[in-house]
Design a protein around this ligand. Structure first.
Ligand code: PLP
Length: 403
């Protein structure tokens, strides 16, 4: 029977926590409690009660990342938080800089950062410099600094990469920019599940988080915006959230987001240790197979504990995806999938990766037994897939499903 607090898809072998991780029980309770909240901007008693829940969540988030509540804005997710930061900073800057502002970013950013920047560059709102990553998926601080100019208004470097789990020295970049007026934005969406985030230690001006990556619900995110920084809104309307983000407060989602981050923050060190053990096991067992290598940095401190990213030589990506699905092992396979369409990964192109990618990501629901079973499935499946075509893999999938 399917558990009432864990979604059915987690009952399978779920190794796709970087895509979304199930909501924690505390977050589910907060969502349920505030799902039918009154409008938190109203003046009557029920509205003021809902507003209390929103402000409590804001305090939980602020306390979790070392910010003040005033610096927290709730968004519809990580995508909106990134868009708000990058567009909002540029649009605010155009009011006081002469000429077209310059922005620096990296080749391995999530589309939520790269796409708004490309969109603005195409419209001549910015000039854009995209800094290459090292082959291990880390962006070198000196290369970022070499790209910064006097007219640079924004430097956007992700804290940790969603595909390969490489961790960047954002604090080093912010330190190097201490005497430069450019805003430092970091997408920390993938980091919050396992690593503490301290905006002061990182030295960033803005930061994006997404609740469904740390045990909150989908459809709610966080923009940390340093007090006093100039930012234009993306959404114009009632100006509900600090004048920066209009729209009725999503009280239930926000309450669940605050609760999830508060819980995740207390559990990060133990979760990090546990997941690091799983990553080591997956690495050791699977890279013992011929033609299987791991991407990303070598040192533990430079990689997220949740991510094991493998490259499979001689394996067809479609065949891999089919076979994994047949074995009910949920992972990210041969292609990063957006809007249902398979698209080659710009991150893997940026690091020059060759072979079929397999991203296995773990999270708070992952168990030792689940890792054991995943290792067994993969040790059986991967050698069979080498050199197979998609249709041959389809036959294999059928066999796997019924066996
Ligand atoms: N940034 C990174 C690094 C991500 O991994 C994701 C989601 O996959 C996002 C941004 C977008 O977050 P959301 O799904 O909440 O819009």
């Amino acid at each position: 029977m399917v558990s009432r607090t864990i979604p059915s898809w987690v009952v399978n072998l779920y190794f796709d926590h970087a895509a979304t991780t199930p909501p924690r029980p505390e977050a589910r309770r907060a969502l349920g409690r505030w799902l039918d909240a009154a409008n938190a901007s109203g003046v009557h008693t029920d509205a003021r009660e809902a507003r209390t829940a929103v402000e409590h969540a804001r305090e939980q988030v602020a306390a979790s990342i070392g910010a003040t509540p005033h610096e927290i804005v709730f968004t519809s997710g990580g995508t909106e938080a990134d868009n708000l930061a990058v567009k909002g900073v540029v649009w605010a800057a155009t009011q006081h800089v002469h000429g077209v502002p310059h922005v620096v970013t990296t080749a391995i950013e999530h589309a939520a950062v790269l796409e708004p920047l490309n969109w603005m560059a195409q419209r001549h709102q910015i000039t854009l410099t995209v800094v290459a990553s090292q082959p291990d998926g880390i962006v070198d601080v000196d290369r970022v600094m070499a790209a910064v100019r006097d007219d640079t208004v924004l430097v956007a470097v992700m804290a940790a990469n969603n595909e390969i789990g490489s961790v960047n020295d954002v604090a080093g970049i912010a330190r190097a920019l201490a005497d430069h007026p450019a805003v430092v934005h970091s997408d920390a969406v993938q980091m919050a599940a396992t690593r503490p985030i301290d905006v002061a230690a990182l030295g960033v001006d803005s930061l994006a988080l997404s609740a469904h990556k740390f045990g909150g619900p989908q459809g709610v995110g966080i923009a940390y915006l340093r007090r006093g920084m100039a930012i234009d809104p993306l959404l114009h309307g009632g100006g509900q959230d600090r004048g920066v983000r209009s729209g009725t407060f999503a009280t239930g989602l926000i309450a669940a987001c605050g609760q999830a981050l508060a819980t995740a923050s207390t559990e990060q060190p133990t979760l990090d240790r546990r997941l690091r053990g799983y990553a080591q096991r997956l690495h050791d067992e699977l890279t013992a197979l011929p033609g299987v290598t791991r991407t990303g940095p070598v040192a533990d401190q430079d990689r997220l504990a949740s991510h094991t990213h493998l490259l499979l030589d001689g394996v067809d990506p479609d065949a891999l995806a089919l076979a994994l699905d047949g074995a009910r092992l949920a992972a990210s396979g041969g292609a990063a999938c957006t809007s249902g369409a398979a698209k080659a990964s710009h991150v893997l192109a940026a690091i020059g990766a060759q072979g079929s990618p397999l991203r296995l990501t773990t999270g708070w629901t992952t168990t030792d037994a689940e890792v054991d079973r995943a290792v067994d499935v993969l040790l059986d499946l991967l050698p069979k897939l080498r050199g197979r075509t998609r249709s041959a893999a389809q036959a294999l999938t059928t066999l796997t499903r019924i066996s």
